[in-house]
Design a protein around this ligand. Structure first.
Ligand code: PEP
Ligand code: MN
Length: 340
């Protein structure tokens, strides 16, 4: 349940409601809004009796939360969450473009790609230092050396950086360097990692598990919000189906569903969805048309020599073309869908 306080409610009245919730054995979660404070009631086993709160000074109304993902749900927070990193915002009505190689391979490689994607219009640099690979014999990433290179890219280009964390043991290390911490598809239900992410003060980029339903994905995000970190960005990156013409199947329908259900921003990764270079631009156009808040795209200046995911990495010139195309689609949408 959500307890909506009056606009004029005093801090003492809010504190009073918080302590009543605690006395009942539930967990209170004040949620400051633009207009007024609301207080979420968490960890209730059954329905909460509204009569306990209606009539208490400062309480305006009570609203039942019907969804299992309470903090992530629009029932709790109707307004969109805007995640801010440096001077880049995600979910603020502009299209956010994240681009870079699958893996950081050297300082020269990272800087070369970063300069090119920045010139094309990217806002955030992506790159993996710790790589989850299907084969233990495949390149596992440069580790901390890769993080240092990413920090250097940030210093040189001014772009914030997003990189993946694979486990609890390396969380502190990744957190020190990253502006946005990625939890990859294989770790979407790694609950100890999600709990650790909830204690972080850095935004978390949560990829959808490759066989996860939207409910499971939103419940994974709920772990992070429940832990106290409200800065979560969702990323649809394709799900496993029977097809073999692409690496995964991009679930474009996830975007309108997530935008209806949740206030969190949603990004599409067309690279891991398609898995093939020639699918990335068409899927990006679809992603923007369906209402994604942004894209995460793999780009490499020498994809044939890439140490991972070369086949799906765009050449920098293709990324320039992608940026132009999605910008044109986004501008049409900004004029309102009635204009189409
Ligand atoms: C990645 O973004 O580098 C990655 C490994 O993605 P995913 O978790 O979607 O496979
Ligand atoms: Mn990759």
């Amino acid at each position: 349940m959500l307890i909506v306080m009056e606009k004029t409610a005093t801090p003492e009245q809010i504190e009073n409601v918080v302590s009543i919730i605690e006395q009942k054995g539930y967990t209170p979660r004040p949620i400051p809004g633009g207009e007024r404070v609301a207080i979420g009631v968490l960890r209730n086993k059954g329905p909460v009796d509204a009569a306990l709160f209606l009539g208490i000074p400062g309480v305006k109304d009570t609203v039942p939360i019907t969804r299992p993902y309470k903090l992530v749900s629009r029932e709790t927070q109707p307004e969109d969450t805007i995640v801010t990193v440096g001077d880049v915002a995600i979910g603020n009505g502009r299209l956010t473009l994240m681009a870079g190689p699958c893996a950081i391979e050297s300082e020269l490689q990272a800087l070369t790609i970063a300069e090119k994607v920045k010139a094309a219009g990217a806002h955030i640099f992506r790159g993996g230092a710790f790589k989850p690979r299907t084969s233990p014999y495949a390149f596992q990433g440069m580790g901390e050396e890769g993080l240092k290179i990413m920090a250097r890219v940030r210093e040189v280009t001014g772009m914030p950086i997003v990189t993946e964390v694979m486990d609890d043991q390396t969380f502190d290390l990744v957190e020190t360097y990253a502006d946005i911490i990625q939890i990859g598809t294989r770790n979407m239900q790694n609950f100890s990692l999600l709990k650790r992410a909830g204690r972080s003060r850095k935004p978390i980029f949560l990829k959808r598990g490759l066989a996860a339903t939207i409910d499971e994905w939103l419940m994974a995000a709920e772990y992070i919000l429940e832990g106290g970190n409200t800065q979560v960005i969702l990323c649809e990156r394709g799900v496993r189906t029977f097809v073999n013409h692409s690496r995964n199947t991009l679930d474009v329908s996830a975007v309108p569903v997530v935008r209806k259900e949740s206030h969190l921003p949603i990004i599409i990764d067309p690279s891991h969805a398609g898995g093939r270079r020639d699918q990335v631009i068409p899927l990006s156009r679809a992603a923007v048309a369906v209402g994604a808040h942004g894209l995460m795209v793999e780009v490499h200046h020498e994809p044939d020599k890439a140490m991972s995911d070369g086949a799906q990495s765009l050449y920098p010139e293709q990324f320039v073309s992608l940026c132009r195309q999605v910008d044109a689609i986004f501008r049409i949408l900004q004029n309102g869908t009635d204009a189409i």
